[in-house]
Write a protein that binds this ligand. Structure first.
Ligand SMILES: Nc1ncnc2c1ncn2[C@@H]1O[C@H](COP(=O)(O)OP(=O)(O)OP(=O)(O)O)[C@@H](O)[C@H]1O
Ligand SMILES: [Mg+2]
Length: 313
């Protein structure tokens, strides 16, 4: 635009050649100056973003520390103990008005716990997970995750909430046209992790899930168990304090199922709170963890070292 106006003004000028040269030089200098300013603004924004990410990571990391000693424990503002990382209080959810899918769910999960959530198909397990992730809002009750009130959080804070939970699904949800490394690095890119940190974190995480040697493989070239390991690495690479798995072994054979469950157990022993939704009664009975059973949207049992109560057998 500026240049067009400028040429229009020149129509009546006699010494056109000199004026053009001079003015083009001025234009060039102005553009250079603007470019430099823009670059400085971009760099400043990037620097701030990195600082913010580091600060948030530090805060999240601090929250993920092991349980505080009992004597030092104090209550938070919203009345929830510091060592409780997930809390549902009187939670109900109706997709259709007056038809509750979940009813009066009261669950407290402490930092560092390993919890199975079991129940028949349609019981409301995935609905419960979607409420934690704030993919859905509860119809009644309050939900707190990692100190955040999920039921009344502002939209702008949802990414922060979701960064506190790594999520793994039955169908892996990997990027099919990308290799193993890129699938895990993708999660780091979203939170704008500096390249140097990413180059350290991704291989570390792949080694942790036993896939160090396969970082270049396309995900379509992997077995089901290996694909689920990539999904777990991706869920954990940003170091969330909580790992949530919805039927993580639903597509796996018994051998891979045991291996993935052992991996989840190891992740839990390293300090991550792990919540696993499953139908697999054998695994639940073998692992001797806390088991919460949901039936028709109601918690019907919640037991330490529980078993899968299957009324059909
Ligand atoms: N978006 C939706 N709209 C209406 N009803 C829904 C919706 N999503 C789930 N439901 C219903 O809510 C109930 C619970 O579904 P949910 O997916 O939570 O069950 P689930 O326990 O995870 O089952 P599964 O073990 O089969 O995965 C079901 O009756 C389902 O049909
Ligand atoms: Mg489900």
């Amino acid at each position: 635009m500026e240049k067009d106006d400028f040429f229009e003004d020149l129509d009546n000028t006699s010494n056109i050649g000199d004026v053009i040269k001079e003015s083009e030089e001025q234009l060039r200098q102005t553009r250079e100056l603007r470019e430099r300013e823009k670059k400085m603004i971009r760099e400043e924004r990037r620097r701030r973003m990195i600082e913010e990410t580091k600060r948030e990571k530090k805060t999240e990391g601090e929250e993920a520390e092991p349980l505080p000693p009992v004597h030092g424990r104090h209550k938070k503002k919203n009345g929830i103990d510091d060592d409780v990382i997930i809390s549902l209080n009187g939670v109900g959810k109706s997709y259709i008005k007056g038809v509750p899918t979940l009813e009066d769910v009261n669950i407290k999960i402490k930092k560092g716990e390993f919890v199975f959530i079991v129940g028949d198909s349609g019981a409301g397990k995935s609905t419960l997970i979607r409420l934690l992730l704030r993919e859905l809002k509860p119809t009644t009750g309050t939900i707190t995750v990692n100190g955040m009130r999920v039921d009344k959080i502002r939209n702008g804070k949802i990414p922060k909430l979701r960064r506190s939970m790594g999520v793994v699904f039955q169908d892996f949800k990997l990027l099919k046209d990308r290799n193993v490394y890129e699938n895990v690095a993708f999660a780091q890119r979203i939170i704008q992790t500096p390249i140097r940190e990413m180059k350290r974190n991704v291989p570390n995480m792949l080694a942790m899930v036993g896939l160090a040697g396969k970082y270049k493989a396309k995900t379509t070239e992997l077995s089901g168990g290996e694909q689920q390991r990539v999904a777990i690495a991706r869920a954990l690479v940003n170091e969330p304090p909580i790992l949530i798995c919805d039927e993580p072994t639903g597509n796996l054979d018994p051998k891979n199922t045991v291996e993935i469950m052992n991996l989840l157990d190891r992740i839990n022993k390293n300090g991550t709170t792990v919540v696993v939704v499953t139908h697999n009664d054998k695994i639940v009975n073998d692992m001797q963890k806390r088991v919460i059973t949901i039936k028709n949207g109601v918690v019907v049992s919640d037991e330490e070292m529980g078993v899968y109560l299957d009324e059909d057998n």
